[in-house]
Design a protein around this ligand. Structure first.
Ligand code: 7RM
Length: 539
């Protein structure tokens, strides 16, 4: 599949160095598409197939892709999604796109234009031997967009040799992967976890990898464990949000299936609370599989802090990412930028030296790369996360220090959502924050100030704003709560004090800290009243 598709792309003019955007569900042809790009030296840009047409278009344009690979439809959790139609809508605002390859994930035909290529049909005409392009170790392997603290997502650039080495080694040592194992990472290929641990790590180690296209509760909450039994999965790697959700459905869904093949359980994407960790360990793993809480980012390419590798029976503390991987030197910084050397202390998590898997730059914006990761703490890579180092020297990640929120393990910038909300003709300004949510990890809460003379009010407006966010970004970015306020708490220089808004929603009025910089303290009282009206009971 990879070679035929590599030859097809080549014959249709895709050259070494051309970026190809892939908008597909996790399926064998999607992996073949990534591999075919790698084989001919064309960087791939996988866009999560849950993103809207506008979000896709923005990423196609920024990546300067003229070729897009998609599927007619997607099938997820019993629902059909119109991927080709979304691509059609997206490329209307991408004049550089001159060809769209369409794979048939379902049997339903879709409208094809002169620009579209029936992928499987054309692949059949190609040779199954495809000469691999010779690449430099530092040539680009792929771009992957991720959210930052501004409204524009960043196209992180990963390169050939270092990324692959790092994905392969972390896959092998963190999960105790052995020849013949079946590795089950249930992340979507649209995220870095899917790249490194559904595709590159396992395949570089000659492994068998599982592609998961569904949701944890479809057709029922036994889905994961039925799959573990059926495919004899040895390592299962998933997100805390799914574990928290399944925990609520009860142990019987787990007990129903034989999980004796499991040897290692992994967690990724967000902090895992002790209750979820314990349940994963005791119920899913029958107390006999180490649970590895793996901390890393799109930027790091692979796992940086995790319990393994270590002695087989080394201690693992529930809810802690524990120890750095080979070559990773974690450092905690205080707010003044001084390195904290003692234990039992918290600070901004930095990494003191480069490692093979680190992103090399942001596509088209190296200045932003330097500014975001290198300038906050000169001489160190700044992760954007806070961490605690225990008495024993173990690391626990406490969450983002910037305006990035983590909804069910998906990153989204508060500024990205605000930018969309502010586009409404009824909205004067807005502030978006994350609040803690017992399943999703974080939920989204928007404070909105209306234009004075506007007539649209209440529910209608909230629905309108939600539709806009889902149309311009994705469904997961829609606010759970929208509170209309008269004004936002601001400093005298006009900066929105999101810290104050977070405290209101956390019901921690005493913890608001120094309000002396607030321009108009009565704004806060009004916001507290409005919040209690909207949410009554604690969130
Ligand atoms: C792999 C991935 C990265 C952000 C990161 C953290 C958070 C990821 C953990 C975690 C606590 C973990 N890449 N995060 N893993 N927080 N414990 N084990 O998720 O680029 O999409 O997100 O996710 O805040 O900075 S990502």
């Amino acid at each position: 599949m990879t070679c035929r598709l590599g030859n097809l792309l080549r014959r249709r003019g895709v050259k070494k160095g051309d970026c190809v955007t892939i908008y597909m569900p996790p399926c064998p042809l999607a992996v073949a598409a990534m591999m075919a790009c790698a084989r001919i030296g064309a960087p791939h840009n996988v866009v999560f197939a849950g993103f809207s047409a506008e979000a896709l278009a923005e990423r196609i344009r920024d990546a300067q892709s003229s070729t897009v690979i998609t599927a007619n439809q997607g099938v997820r959790g019993g629902k059909v999604t119109e991927l080709k139609k979304t691509v059609d809508a997206a490329v209307q605002s991408c004049p550089a796109v001159d060809q769209v390859f369409v794979a048939m994930r379902t049997e339903n035909p879709v409208a094809m234009t002169a620009r579209d290529v029936a992928m499987e049909e054309e692949m059949l005409k190609e040779d199954c031997v495809c000469e691999p392009a010779a690449m430099d170790s530092e040539d680009v392997l792929f771009l992957l967009y991720t959210s930052g603290s501004t409204g524009t997502p960043k196209g992180l650039v990963h390169t050939q040799a270092g990324y692959l080495l790092y994905a392969a080694l972390t896959h092998k040592y963190v999960f105790s992967y052995r020849d013949g194992d079946v590795f089950g990472c249930v992340a979507d290929i649209g995220w870095i976890t899917g790249h490194s641990y559904s595709v590159y790590g396992p395949l570089a180690n000659g492994g068998t990898t599982v592609l998961f296209e569904s949701t944890p509760v479809y057709p029922d909450p036994g889905r994961y464990w039925e799959m573990v039994q059926r495919l004899k999965i040895n390592q299962f790697y998933g997100a805390p949000t799914a574990i928290r959700l399944l925990l609520k459905y009860g142990d019987q869904w787990v007990h129903k299936y034989d999980r004796s093949s499991l040897r290692t359980l992994g967690s990724v994407g967000e902090p895992i609370n002790t209750e979820a960790w314990e349940w994963y360990h005791r119920v899913v793993g029958e107390g006999r599989c180490p649970v590895v809480d793996t901390w890393w980012q799109t930027e790091t390419g692979g796992i940086c802090i995790a319990p393994k590798p270590s002695e087989p029976d080394a201690e693992i503390v529930p809810g802690m990412a524990m120890r750095p991987f080979f070559g990773i030197k974690p450092v905690l910084m205080d707010p003044e930028g001084k390195v904290l050397t003692s234990n039992d202390t918290s600070g901004a998590l930095c990494i003191a030296q480069p490692w093979p898997g680190m992103a090399r730059t942001i596509h088209n914006d190296h200045a932003r790369f330097i500014e975001t990761y290198c300038q906050p703490h000169p001489g160190y890579f700044f992760t954007g996360d806070g961490a605690y180092r225990s008495e024993e020297g173990y690391y626990q990640i406490t969450g983002r220090l910037d305006d990035v929120i983590n909804v069910s393990g998906h990153r989204i910038g508060t500024a990205e959502i605000e930018d969309v909300v502010n586009q409404s003709s009824s909205v004067a300004e807005s502030a978006v924050i994350g609040y803690s949510h017992d399943i999703k990890g974080q939920g989204i809460y928007a404070f909105v100030v209306l234009k004075k003379d506007d007539e649209v009010q209440g529910e209608d407006l909230c629905q309108q704003l939600r539709n806009m966010v889902s149309k311009k970004i994705a469904k997961y970015a829609c606010p759970d709560f929208i509170q209309i306020v008269q004004r936002l708490p601001k400093t005298r220089s006009g900066k929105i004090m999101r810290r104050v808004l977070r405290k209101v929603v956390e019901r921690d009025v005493d913890g608001m800290g120094d309000l002396s910089t607030l321009e108009d303290p009565t704004a806060v009282e009004e916001i507290i009243r409005g919040h209690l009206e909207l949410c009554g009971k604690p969130l």
